[in-house]
Design a binder for this molecule. Sequence first.
Ligand code: NAD
Ligand code: DAU
Length: 332
Amino acid sequence: MQRILVTGGAGFIGCNFVHYIMGHSRLHVTVLDKLTYAGNRASLAGLPPERFEFVKGDICDAALVEKLTGQVDAVVHFAAESHNDNSLEEPRPFVDTNLVGTFTLIEAARKHGTRFHHISTDEVYGDLALDDPARFTEGSVYRPTSPYSATKAGSDLLVRAWVRSFGLRATISNCSNNYGPYQHVEKFIPRQITNLLDGIRPRLYGEGRNVRDWIHVEDHSSAVAAILERGRIGETYLIGADGELSNRSVVEKLLVQVGQSPDAYDLVTDRPGHDLRYAIDSGKLRRELGWTPRYGDFDAGLAATVRWYRDNEAWWRPKKAETEHKYAGQGH
Ligand code: NAD
Ligand code: DAU
């Protein structure tokens, strides 16, 4: 493999993956990204120009997608509308990008016989009860609950059907909640960090009891690289790092790290249909591909993330006011 196409490479996980893969291989990377509100060209600064190309464009643009797919050995597909709260306000872009965009890409990959890796989410499996010891596995039933997760579930099923019906050389990964540098300030952890930096109290939806299974974004990148290299065609791999925490405990940790009282947060209007708990069993990925996460210590990863936002205000500041304005309109 010499050349890859990364869709959504100007977004949070996509840009971290591009930095990771270019630092750990000699691959040439082309990024295709529409630069929606969530994309930021600055997140791709400093990459070696002889091995990197940026194309601004839409994954629903069949002619462009077909041309770019024909030039590479593999496609790694991150591009998506990714935020649940937005999907509850305006679902249409989720249907277009997550469903039609994925369809457009797999049709091009089918035509050219290109290896395809589809990035997805644990949310396709719905949620688990707070007191249930169960975790999601590759065999869990699809039960998405939000417009976002329903369109991601649909995109996974399209990829599975293209493998079975057309022999598409594809793999799928479903990962849990990522944190780390370059994450948009609409998401939970960066929102609270930047609120604290601005002297605003963190905001917890409902009572803050919902549980997410946190993984550092670099561990997600190393898992995707392992699947791209050694994953079995047609297989799904769940990616997670045993990082289950309630939202309340994450906020308490953040408050302590910045020297404030752990109860200095506000409870705000809950998200409609708010999934209770996600939890990943990543045993298959670890056993088959020998992958292990490197960021085992969540507190240390969180502290490094706080430092990154403190040191990179120029990156997030332009998005902060409009994001908070939108949340105010939703009662969050
Ligand atoms: P993000 O919102 O930060 O970035 C998405 C990127 O896709 C942006 O750069 C945006 O400009 C681009 N994009 C959107 N629509 C496009 C289109 N039509 N054509 C081309 N580019 C387009 O998202 P993220 O958090 O980095 O998530 C990336 C992928 O990982 C998504 O597929 C998401 O479902 C999945 N995922 C995310 C998480 C998480 O915790 N954030 C966890 C598991 C899986
Ligand atoms: O599980 C993987 C998914 O994780 C990805 O597929 C999604 O793309 C990604 O956005 C994320 O979805 P969540 O809805 O879990 O992430 P979010 O950052 O929006 O919220 C995390 C939790 O924090 C959730 O329970 C809602 C809560 N929350 C969120 C915000 C923004 C708050 O309590 N307060 C907030 O201000």
